[in-house]
Design a protein around this ligand. Structure first.
Ligand code: R5P
Length: 299
């Protein structure tokens, strides 16, 4: 039993926190939540924290702002109770707002970073953060752990035919390369274009990269699936290019507005996500990756 560390199960990540506590051999402490009629959250930590390392696990999937505020309230209270806090924010919301794409846009991640910087947390661990730029706004030690090796293990246990890792966009090329390396295959990245005003996504169905997908099982990998717009477009062009099957994988399956149904309707065989966002596609547990990082910090 790890007596120095305890794991706080944030309201958004109870199952993941349980898994983290089990691997660490640490006590799991529940966090009670009340939502006031006006929408305010009130958290109550149900245990002793004095002198402990408190690992607070709370993802910030929708309702984004509510989960974000709850994470800050828990960190603040745990500090007051005498703990040294390691904030585990598996899905870090606002990371996509990491720069000013159009004039006058708020760089929201900068403020979110500042909130964690001043929260009192000693360090922060996240999973597949959207960009290094987003992470750069954190001035406390911040660590990004990859869910890709765990996703790769899932796919290695399936019987795939000539698997190929595909990123729906150039920005995700390194992620597809990492998946390919873990599976023992190659990867490509598709030329995606997103209209910054309408949000509409297009992918050139005549892109030369698509040629090598014919007859192969494709794993289309992204960090986030929100509306599904990116992977739906990518699945459509891959199906047109006559690949064998399309498996869609991501760390954070937000699946907004019927995204899962849209992806399946586009011709995907399966969608695989992790438990950074609990959903019916949470097939991969990211706790081992998070615990590896926690152990390194505590060495
Ligand atoms: C974009 O750069 C991200 O990596 C994802 O591709 C994007 O956020 C997914 O959003 P949606 O599912 O709405 O296309």
């Amino acid at each position: 039993m790890n007596l120095k560390t305890c794991v706080l199960a944030g309201p958004a990540s109870k199952d993941l926190a349980k898994s983290v506590a089990k691997i660490l051999g640490a006590k799991l402490i529940d966090v009670e939540l009340r939502i006031f009629p006006d929408g305010e959250s009130k958290v109550r930590i149900d245990g002793e924290l004095d002198g402990k390392i408190a690992v607070i696990v709370q993802s910030t999937y929708p309702p984004v702002d509510t989960h974000l505020m709850q994470s800050l309230f828990m960190i603040g209270k745990a500090m007051k109770m005498g703990a040294s806090v390691c904030a585990v924010i598996p899905y870090l919301a606002y990371a996509r707002q990491d720069k000013e794409f159009l004039n006058g846009e708020a760089v929201s991640m900068e403020l979110v970073g500042n909130l964690f910087n001043s929260s009192g947390a000693k360090n922060l661990i996240s999973v597949d953060v959207h960009s290094q730029m987003a992470l750069s706004y954190l001035k406390i030690p911040a660590y990004n752990v990859s869910a890709v090796p765990l996703l790769a293990s899932y796919f290695k246990s399936q019987k795939l035919v000539q698997p190929l890792a595909v990123s729906p966009d150039i920005g995700g090329a390194a992620r597809a390369q990492e998946l390919a390396k873990n599976i023992g295959t190659s990867s490509i990245a598709l030329p995606k274009f997103r209209d910054r005003n309408t949000g509409e996504v297009t992918i050139d169905q005549n892109a030369p990269e698509l040629k090598i997908t014919k007859g192969r099982d494709v794993i289309l990998i992204d960090d986030i699936i929100s509306t599904g717009g990116s992977v739906v477009k990518a699945t459509e062009v891959l199906v047109k290019a006559e690949c064998r099957r399309v498996f869609v994988a991501c760390a954070h399956a937000l699946l907004i507005n019927g995204a899962l149904e849209k992806i399946m309707a586009a011709g995907a065989s399966e969608v695989v996500g992790t438990n950074t966002v609990p959903s019916k596609v949470s097939k991969v547990d990211v706790a081992p990756a998070i615990c590896d990082q926690i152990s390194k910090l505590n060495e």
